[in-house]
Design a protein around this ligand. Sequence first.
Ligand code: SAH
Ligand code: SF4
Length: 446
Amino acid sequence: MNERDSENIAALFVNAGHSLSDTEASADVIVLNTCSVREAAEQKALGKAGHLCARKGADGFPIVGITGCMAQNLGAEILRRVPEVDFILGTRKSADIVSHVEAVAKRRAEGQRAAKVKRRSKRYPVDTSHADIDISDDEFSHNAVKHHLDISGRVCAYVSIMQGCAMNCSYCIVPQVRGPERSRPIEDIVDEVKLLAERGVKEVTLLGQVVNAYGRGSIPYENGVSPFVRLLRRINDVEGISRIRFVSPHPSYFRQDLINAYGELEKLCEYVHLPLQSGSDRILKAMNRPYRADKFMRIADSLRAVKPNMSISTDIIVGYPGETDEDFEMTKSLFERAGFDMAYIFKYSPRPGTKSAQLADDVAEEVKESRNQALLELLAKQSQAYNDRFVGKTVEVLVEDAAKRGEALKGFTREHRKVVLTGGKVGFCNVHIERATVTTLEGRAV
Ligand code: SAH
Ligand code: SF4
């Protein structure tokens, strides 16, 4: 999602007549688009902002701005850690970014800079006089994330179909920083996908925090079909688009019409990223995730009944407050039964303002780490087994670009398995798979 938002920001600058710089060192303006989902992400962003500001010249350039979730979460408090930050824009304010930068540039031309005060303690009000800060809401901001860079040779693109989150998972800072859930109109999204197709894009990934709840409360069902599946059908009809993915759906909204869509829509890829978080019903309940382990398994089984080679990936949190060995064993067992081929495993990190931050973070760091390792080992085994099934077969790969400069090309199968190939070109290629590792299939274009 941040990758998509960052591209939107870059496109806004380009549309306003500015150009993108290849390196940080040659940029006049640097925008750090940040994440808050875990404490470590914020610390990393603050460190980076500090380094960038330390490089400012006497004229105050480069201008350094912070956008995204950390900007929303910390606002002016960022200036206590990094006083020379020039602007801070919240998650629903990026559409205005160019005018903010122009305003800051004008102030710098007039010689206005941050006072040379380092890290003001909380006893003093933070000095914001030099900075431009706006973290207010904008009820139409969800419609603003629609600009793309016109990148020649690009075959895959993200499309943001909604903003915010209306769920209330106990551990999660997202609703607080991304605001209420709002969906874009179907027609606007379809127009955007058509434009991307005209530019050569073959694969679109639709983005939302609970992407399958798209349109709830604002777009009606049609003959029992949810707004999300209505949208998928419309995109399936867009000429030039060959693959559709989406991220992240929520198990609670994964209904029959969406499962059926896998059988009906030939462009919908045999891959789903379906966050589980925990395999223990007790922990799911504590997390305020309104589904249970057996419901999750029913979805996985139904998807595989429609598409036997369905690849399923997930998100897991280990070490949620009160998670016992028994709870973790349930997660491990479901992890095996669901046969995840890919997973993002996170060690629980308390986030200020969330419900679970009031609970003791009582699972020891070593225990979190060992649970993390146990799942990573399981994942490696399962991912290798899934990849081994491709060896000796010829598969359709959408080739994106070189794996590394001067090296073989890289692409993905419909099941979202990474393929490194010899021969071939950007676009669709049939590839004979010769070897499989945990993370990669290797083969040659035929
Ligand atoms: N909307 C998506 C998830 C967005 S956040 C969903 O509901 O599935 C991405 C992932 O970060 C989550 O799935 C969760 O696994 C992880 N995460 C969120 N808050 C966390 C926290 N406080 N500590 C550790 N991991 C967290
Ligand atoms: Fe966070 Fe839950 Fe919303 Fe996902 S659904 S963004 S985990 S609150």
